[in-house]
Each structure stands twice: as structure tokens, then as C-alpha cells.
Design a protein around this ligand. Structure first.
Ligand code: ADP
Ligand code: TRP
Length: 324
């Protein structure tokens, strides 16, 4: 059986794009496997962009709750904080000794920021090595990620292959799992929904805030009475993602008929979000009031993760002649 593993950085609050684009597909994939999957919060990777203790703690908690509220089953799957399994740092160091400098210099994550080198930390530069360690430490076979992470998976495979070639079979070579049909979820301004653009919808926000975010979706200025084009409308694009086909058809007709304003469409979207994520929102409310439970789950997850990581690390240390 294949072992599934994926991580999400704790660099912000989880939004609708993260949930539809990453959390839900990973959980769906995991539900098809009897083996425990490994899901973690990449809080060490977050340090490459944020060193604010309070913010990092809060975001980590929010991401943890989002996974649990979306149905992660800690009885089956292993759910943990990257920083709780410190073996990952040791493996990252070892792997860095098998990583050619030009490979890292070619990484998009570094290149995008390399115009201003004084702003690039060694942590950002070696980000892909830590990610390789995240994956190789657990003998993961399948890694569901967004297409922006494809290069990181290729680098993981190259690093693992270099080690295996020099020292004999040690690491499992992971396969990325990139779902093409998962589209980029648009944000309130029509660009990709992203923490960095501040254009996101947080489905766990209290109703008033959630409504405010939905009402802020940018639309054109077609007057109320005129027919509207659903295919160019951000409200419709989000509605379509969550609605049943007959609900989508119904909204489409309303757009085409005219005498239907964007405000009404936004209200329908807001109500649909409340309906579709009812269970998740209830679960979130429970977990936010029971944070000790969340912390306990993460601790239990870390000790399960360590059972695997310590064995893999021992295998690696043996190959290198380090004391085991
Ligand atoms: P952000 O752009 O908000 O910083 P991240 O880069 O941390 O989001 O993404 C975490 C995960 O969520 C990744 O797997 C990514 O592919 C997915 N994701 C983020 N935004 C979207 C979106 N707008 N549509 C679909 N998937 C998304
Ligand atoms: N770099 C990934 C992202 O930004 C997060 C991540 C860290 C990850 N380690 C991982 C994803 C290991 C999959 C496997 O989305």
C-alpha cells in the first residue's frame, strides 16, 4: 500500500482556496487508502517568511483546526507539527550534503526572490532540502501538492536518488500527486485566492465577517436590470465551485434574465457557504474552545510520526557510518 504524505505551511489563516485546493483533496485521497497518511504543518518552513511568535502560534493553531474540522481522522492518520519531530532537521543537514548548489540556485522559491540577495536567508535557499527531508523521513510514496510544488518534488527525488546511488538503496522515491482538475480558486478580486493578496474568504470566520468578505467580491458595473455574464463573474465562479449542478443552473438563468443584482448573487453565495460548510464550521467552533484537545492530538501525532522517523534516520546514519 502507498503511504500518502503532505504538509501545509502555517504562514497564514487557512482560506477557501487552501481547503478546496489542498486539504479536501488530500483527505479524499487518504480515505481511499487503508494505510495511515501523514499530514503535518510545516511550521519550520514558515520561519523563512515569518518570525513573529504570536502570529506563528496562532496560524499554526488555525491550520491544525482547519484540518481537523475538515475531517482528518487522527485515529487513522498521523497528524503533527513538523517542528515536533526534530529528526527532520538532522536529515535536512545530511541531505544538504548530497544537494548540488546549482540545483538550489535553480529553485523557483529562491529565484523569485533572488533579485535582492541581501533579503535571502540561508533558510530560504535550502527550503527545498527541508522539504525533501519532510518527505524522505517517512518513506512517503505519494505526495499530493499544488502544481507550484512540482519542482520541489523533482528535487526531492533527485536528492534521494543521489544518496541511493552513492550509498545503496535507502530512500523511497516519492511521486507527486497533482490533481489537474483542481482549478485555482479565485479570490475576492478575481486573482488567485491567496494570503499574500489579502483577497481570501475564511470559511471559519464568524457570520458577520464572512458576509463582509463575500460582499467585497469585485464585480463589474452592469446595472441591476440588465442581463449579466456569469462566465466573467467572480461571484458566480465561487458559487459554481460549491453548488450542486441544478443550483448553478438556476443562478446562471438569473444572471442571463436580468433584474438580478450582484448583491443578491453574493447573498446566495454567502448562504451557500454557510450550508456547505455547516459541519466544518460547527467543528471549528468546538475546537477553538477546546484548544487543549487540539494540542494533545498534535502531540500524539508527533509521537506516532517519531516511530517511523527514528527508524528511517537510523537507516541513514548506518549508511553514513554515524553511531546508531
Ligand atoms: P497562499 O497562496 O495563500 O500562500 P499556500 O501557497 O500556502 O497558499 O498554499 C497551501 C496549499 O493550498 C497549496 O497546496 C496550494 O496549492 C493550495 N492553494 C492555495 N491557494 C489556492 C487557490 N487559490 N486555489 C487552489 N489551491 C490553492
Ligand atoms: N512547500 C509546501 C507549500 O508551500 C509545504 C510543504 C513543506 C510540503 N514540506 C512539504 C508539501 C512536504 C508536501 C510535502 O505548499
Amino acid at each position: 500500500m502507498a503511504r500518502i504524505l503532505t504538509g501545509i505551511q502555517s504562514s497564514g489563516k487557512p482560506h477557501l482556496g487552501n481547503i478546496i485546493g489542498a486539504i479536501q483533496p488530500a483527505l479524499r485521497l487518504s480515505a481511499q487508502s487503508n494505510e495511515p497518511s501523514f499530514f503535518f504543518i510545516a511550521d519550520l518552513h514558515t520561519l523563512t517568511s515569518s518570525r513573529d511568535a504570536k502570529k506563528n502560534k496562532e496560524n499554526t493553531l488555525q491550520i491544525a483546526i482547519a484540518w481537523l474540522a475538515c475531517g482528518l481522522d487522527t485515529n487513522k492518520d498521523v497528524f503533527y507539527l513538523q517542528s515536533d519531530v526534530t529528526e527532520v532537521c538532522e536529515l535536512a543537514w545530511i541531505l544538504s550534503c548530497f544537494t548540488p548548489f546549482p540545483m538550489l540556485a535553480n529553485a523557483h522559491s529562491f529565484k523569485d526572490k533572488s533579485e535582492n540577495l541581501s533579503m535571502v536567508s540561508a533558510g530560504l535557499f535550502t527550503y527545498p532540502v527541508l522539504m525533501a527531508a519532510d518527505i524522505l523521513l517517512y518513506d512517503a510514496n505519494i505526495v499530493p501538492v499544488g502544481k507550484d510544488q512540482k519542482q520541489h518534488l523533482e528535487m526531492t527525488r533527485d536528492i534521494a536518488a543521489a544518496f541511493n546511488k552513492q550509498l545503496g538503496e535507502t530512500f523511497v522515491l516519492p511521486e507527486p500527486f497533482i490533481q489537474k482538475e483542481i482549478m485555482t480558486i479565485p479570490g475576492t478580486d478575481g486573482r488567485k485566492m491567496s494570503k499574500s493578496y489579502n483577497n481570501y474568504i475564511n470559511i471559519f470566520d464568524e457570520e458577520k465577517l464572512l458576509k463582509k468578505a463575500v460582499m467585497s467580491i469585485v464585480t463589474d458595473s452592469t446595472p441591476l436590470e440588465q442581463p449579466k455574464n456569469p462566465d466573467t463573474c467572480n461571484v458566480f465562479a465561487l458559487y459554481k465551485l460549491l453548488a450542486k449542478p441544478e443550483q448553478t443552473q438556476d443562478l446562471k438563468e438569473k444572471y442571463l434574465e436580468g433584474n438580478f443584482g450582484y448583491g443578491q448573487a453574493k447573498t446566495m453565495l454567502f448562504e451557500l457557504i454557510l450550508e456547505v460548510f455547516k459541519k466544518e464550521r460547527e467543528s471549528y467552533d468546538y475546537l477553538i474552545k477546546n484548544q487543549d484537545f487540539v494540542q494533545e492530538e498534535l502531540k500524539k501525532g508527533a509521537s506516532k510520526a517519531k516511530e517511523v522517523s527514528s527508524k528511517v534516520l537510523k537507516r541513514v546514519r548506518q549508511k553514513l557510518g554515524l553511531r546508531v
